[in-house]
Design a protein around this ligand. Structure first.
Ligand SMILES: Cc1cc2nc3c(=O)[nH]c(=O)nc-3n(C[C@H](O)[C@H](O)[C@H](O)COP(=O)(O)OP(=O)(O)OC[C@H]3O[C@@H](n4cnc5c(N)ncnc54)[C@H](O)[C@@H]3O)c2cc1C
Length: 537
């Protein structure tokens, strides 16, 4: 017998779960179909090294979720299902090769003092940045939280125009396009300040010389000051379980091991999906697909028009990622600034130019000579994730090529592909650099697990070609143009079929933004009802 739900959701990433939970709360029957054997996509908490060590295999830090619209609406439902967030006064810092460090802290005063310590006067520059940012924060965050090609997008633009005027709106637009290098060097004198903030643009899929990276850097720096670096007690799996619980308790289902093969249509409307084992699951009101454009228009919709199919096939993927997970016998003992041991996320880099160079090398197919190393320390907030007295590190490298043409340091043999030997050799190089600052690292390693770009792609079909952010984020594939210019937004070529996930606006991250926007669109009363209610009829 064919099963029928109000909404069928392909894939179980954060955007699927956010959309599913928001719809379920309003009485929709939701079916989530996931091809992997776990729910959550890039959220996966597992003991992948040793028993008792709970690793965030992929994503780890939840400021985007906690600061996002879905969380604002679902927080009570999730808390009722056991989800609890932990936070810190030491969210992030950068450690430079000479052992000096700089930190981004939790208040304007603390950050002004820290920046003044680096270079007198930079504290005032930070305060000026905040004074300029906050009055228009709703616009800055609004760009990332609004369906731009819609009435809501037009209303956001109208609000900006009314408030800022023509010239002010142009200035605001110009600020959005600025590079991180441009903003950082014109704002702060200290190169340490540049190196403190520049690595954060990597987490948005950009490099510091990319258009709009200055806007992203500012939004992130303010968001970290205001929101810290929250993580769920017990790991991201708790968020997945709580969101799944909302869907389940409203009568919905979430199934793993279900690869959707085709989205079924009738007269231009989505009617359901077929899984690879031949089951048809019908959708009364909507199908949401959390996939890349290539999969959507190249696999799931076999009858797509040629123009759209070709445009989707041209969708570009960005730089690759590597993750290194350590189970340690004892906590890492950092040399230098004593705050390093308590900081959730430390970047190791020579600074702005160092990030720029590593990005450029990766873009040209090279293993960077001096990559930006992200050292994540989840135990600083949640000691329950490792045995008492032990250590655990989450390492991320976001400047890697998919086809490895060579090594910028001229040390490692490369064949083009990500072999196991290359993966381990590159991780050894990274480990040696970290060890210079954590002298007890190598002696305390109990187990190390490395995931290369090839391993990431094998783990999640959306991390195509090892890109953790499901599509390059240069301006022609970002904001107004994501996923791609001919099909920006979340509507598709098929009525009742919606495209969500990191490949769509507002891009990657745990905010659940695309799922929330689509759920809002689906829950909005029909136009006629809205007009009647406005007219008081
Ligand atoms: C290593 C790594 C670290 C990251 N760290 C952070 C972080 O700390 N903080 C942060 O905010 N962001 C982080 N990100 C980014 C963020 O995690 C992702 O952008 C986000 O989780 C993606 O969510 P999504 O909804 O797009 O779907 P995904 O998480 O990509 O999930 C999509 C799911 O759909 C499934 N699927 C695809 N096709 C089909 C099909 N045909 N049938 C059935 N199922 C299908 C896939 O198997 C997958 O499980 C990180 C990403 C990676 C990869």
């Amino acid at each position: 017998m064919t099963r029928t739900y109000d909404a069928v959701i392909v894939g179980s990433g954060i955007n699927s779960l956010a959309a599913g939970a928001l719809l379920a709360r309003e009485g929709w029957g939701v079916c989530v179909l996931e091809r992997n054997d776990w729910l959550g996509g890039a959220i996966r908490t597992a003991e992948i090294t040793e028993p008792g060590y709970l690793h965030e295999v992929f994503s780890s830090w939840h400021p985007l979720w906690v600061g996002g619209a879905a969380h604002a609406r679902l927080a009570d439902d999730l808390a009722a299902r056991g989800l609890e967030y932990l936070n810190t006064e030491l969210p992030t810092g950068t450690l430079f090769p000479d052992g000096e460090a700089a930190f981004l802290l939790r208040s304007a005063d603390a950050n002004a003092a820290e920046l003044d310590r680096l270079e007198p006067g930079d504290g005032v520059s930070w305060r000026r940045t905040l004074d300029e940012f906050f009055p228009n924060a709703d616009l800055a965050f609004g760009v990332l939280g609004t369906e731009l090609w819609s009435g809501a997008g037009a209303r956001l633009a109208a609000r900006a125009y009314r408030r800022l005027g023509r010239t002010g709106l142009l200035e605001f637009g110009g600020e959005i396009l600025q590079t991180a290098r441009g903003w950082l060097t014109e704002t702060f004198s200290s190169e340490r300040a540049h190196g403190l903030i520049a690595p954060w643009v990597l987490h948005t899929g950009l490099g510091p010389d990319d258009t709009a990276s200055g806007y992203m850097a500012r939004v992130i720096a303010v968001a970290i000051q205001e929101g810290g670096m929250p993580v769920p007690r017990g790991g991201g799996i708790r968020l997945v379980e709580a969101l799944g619980g909302v869907i389940h308790d409203a009568g919905g289902v979430l199934e793993t091991g279900r690869d959707v093969d085709e989205i079924l249509t009738l007269q231009g409307r989505a009617t359901g999906v077929r899984t690879d084992d031949g089951e048809i699951v019908e959708a009364r009101r909507a199908v949401l697909a959390n996939v890349t454009p290539n999969q959507l228009y190249g696999r799931l919709l076999p009858h797509t028009d040629t123009r759209t199919a070709e445009a989707a096939a041209r969708f570009r993927y960005g730089r690759c990622d590597m993750q290194i997970h350590y189970a340690l016998w004892e906590p890492p003992r950092w040399d230098g600034d004593e705050r390093l041991g308590g900081t959730a996320l430390v970047h190791l880099t020579p600074g702005l130019d160092g990030v720029s160079r590593a990005v450029n090398e990766a873009t040209r197919g090279l293993l960077p000579a001096e990559a930006t190393i992200v050292v994540g320390q989840p135990l600083t907030m949640d000691p329950s994730r490792a045995p008492e007295g032990a250590g655990l590190l989450w390492i991320q490298l976001q400047e890697l090529p998919w086809v490895v043409r060579g090594d910028a340091a001229g040390e490692l043999e490369t064949s083009g592909e990500w072999t196991e030997a290359l993966r381990e050799a590159y991780a050894d190089r990274v480990q040696a650099r970290i060890s210079r600052h954590i002298p007890n690292l190598e002696s305390s390693i109990r187990q190390r697990v490395v995931l290369s770009p090839a391993d990431l792609f094998a783990a999640n079909i959306n991390f195509t070609d090892g890109d953790p952010y499901a599509g390059a984020l240069q301006l022609d594939q970002n904001l107004l143009w994501r996923p791609f210019p001919g099909r920006a937004g979340h509507r598709t070529t098929v009525d009742r079929l919606w495209h969500i996930g990191a490949s769509t606006h507002p891009g990657p991250g745990l905010g659940g933004g695309s799922g929330t926007m689509v759920a809002d669109a689906l829950l909005r009363p029909p136009l006629a009802t809205r007009v009647r209610s406005r007219l008081g009829l």
